[in-house]
Design a protein around this ligand. Structure first.
Ligand code: GLY
Ligand code: MN
Ligand code: MN
Length: 433
């Protein structure tokens, strides 16, 4: 649970960066109509959620550092018993002040009347420029309204993107955030283990997906992205989401799935044999990916670069591909010429947080970034073998990926998803029941 003081601290920290004379505006996500009066599931905008904790649509956060009548303002929907009968409870203005520690709260329908006035005297306006072109237009509209309304008042001369300041803050996780991330990881790990236990020849990918979703939802957690439940050759489609095919009796099943807890994502991949027993060729390939993953995780430490764990994984995967007879020559040449990319075409990880591919720069001034304490990354090497003639038959149509969520520390990396079986012996044991 993220405490309301923490949201307050986040807003304070952001205001310390933007400084006096600035205004920050961050909008909630919008509900999206699917048809008639059915909506797509609502997911709060991660930036807005990070700064407010509010999970309602139709809201706008306004920060005015140094404003005497109040620095932290929230526009949101008023309580409305008639509407609440249809759509459920709303937080309302009073509780925005008390529960969310806002200095003041205003009805969202008054936004266009109030906001231009709040811009008076501001030199710089920070918002997430370009994230939503409609909102960009509204911001300009408010400034024009101020200019038209009060002669001599030009409003903020500079419109600055908030992205860098806010996303740098989101990149380093607080202890409250880590608690939520451990919880998301634990639930997602339980779901993955349940899928492993349940999987049997004769099942469909959809049935395995249902096990994952059941486990997430009984803990009150939605999926953090569309799950990938890919039997056999379907694992070669990196973003496979159809999840509706029968499982191959003797094939592998690649699952890449996670849930979110209070907005914080888990992102786990495991690959295991539908039958519960790896064939010798499947095992050979699996052991290479596992060795790459374990060695890569060892590089997730303070002071290592973000590229280091990818480079380590590529080294081990490339050596493995040579050992399997799929590449020839030296590891260095294969890496130099990127020949390994035929079998390993993605990166080994990404930031993880409120978004599954979380925000934050990967490079600083053109250089790969150093890892810092309490960043969280995924480590997810894989190998993918098509059905080309030059690939031994026993290895064809195999896709393997192993993915864990890892917190950067100065000592041992903390693997948030460590409870999911990963070695051949552990997987086979769990699948035997
Ligand atoms: N599940 C998306 C990813 O692994 O990056
Ligand atoms: Mn994943
Ligand atoms: Mn991932």
């Amino acid at each position: 649970m993220i405490r309301s003081e923490e949201f307050h601290t986040r807003r304070k920290r952001l205001m310390a960066e933007t400084g006096p004379g600035s205004m920050v505006v961050v909008a909630s996500a919008r509900e999206v109509l699917r048809n008639g009066d059915s909506h797509y599931p609502f997911r709060q905008d991660s930036d807005f959620l990070y700064l407010t904790g509010l999970t309602e649509p139709e809201a706008l956060l306004v920060l005015l550092p140094g404003r005497e009548q109040g620095e932290q303002l929230l526009f949101l929907r008023e309580c409305d018993p008639e509407r609440e009968r249809w759509d459920g409870p709303r937080l309302g203005l009073d509780r925005a002040r008390s529960d969310l520690s806002m200095d003041d709260a205003f009805p969202i329908q008054d936004l266009d009347d109030i906001l231009p006035g709040l811009m008076e005297g501001c030199e710089r306006l920070y918002h997430l420029v370009g994230k939503d072109p409609t909102f960009d237009q509204r911001v300009l509209g408010w400034r024009n309204q101020l200019r038209a309304r009060s002669k001599g008042q030009k409003g903020p001369g500079e419109i600055v993107s908030l992205e860098h300041l806010l996303h740098e803050q989101r990149l380093i996780k607080s202890s409250d955030e880590l608690r939520s991330m451990r919880r998301a990881a634990g639930i997602a790990a339980g779901a993955m283990t349940r899928a492993m236990r349940t999987c049997r020849p004769g099942m469909n990918e959809a049935e395995v997906q249902a096990e994952l979703i059941h486990e997430y939802q009984r803990h009150g957690c939605p999926p953090s992205y569309l799950p990938i439940v890919a039997g056999g050759a379907n694992a070669l489609v990196l973003h496979y989401i159809a999840n509706d095919q029968p499982l191959p009796d003797d094939g592998l099943l690649l699952i890449d799935a996670g849930c979110e807890y209070q907005g914080y994502a888990a992102d786990i991949s495991r690959t295991f044999p539908v039958s519960g027993r790896f064939s010798p060729a499947q095992r050979d390939a699996y052991e290479i990916v596992l060795a790459a993953e374990q060695a890569a995780i060892e590089c997730v430490r303070v002071g290592e670069s973000f590229d280091a764990f990818h480079e380590t994984a590529v080294q081990i995967l490339t050596q493995g591909l040579i050992d399997l007879g799929l590449l020839s020559g030296s590891v260095e040449d294969n890496i130099e010429q990127e020949l390994y990319r035929r079998f390993y075409m993605h990166k080994t990880g990404h930031w993880l947080g409120l978004d599954v591919h979380d925000v934050g720069d990967y490079r600083v001034e053109g250089e790969t970034r150093q890892l810092e304490r309490n960043m969280v990354v995924t480590v997810e090497p894989g190998l993918y073998f098509g059905d080309e003639d030059d690939i031994p038959e026993a290895l064809r149509n195999i896709g393997i990926r192993i993915e864990d969520d890892v917190r950067v520390t100065a000592a041992e990396p903390e693997i948030l998803t460590r409870s999911v079986p990963k070695t051949v012996a552990d997987i086979e044991q769990v699948m035997r029941g």
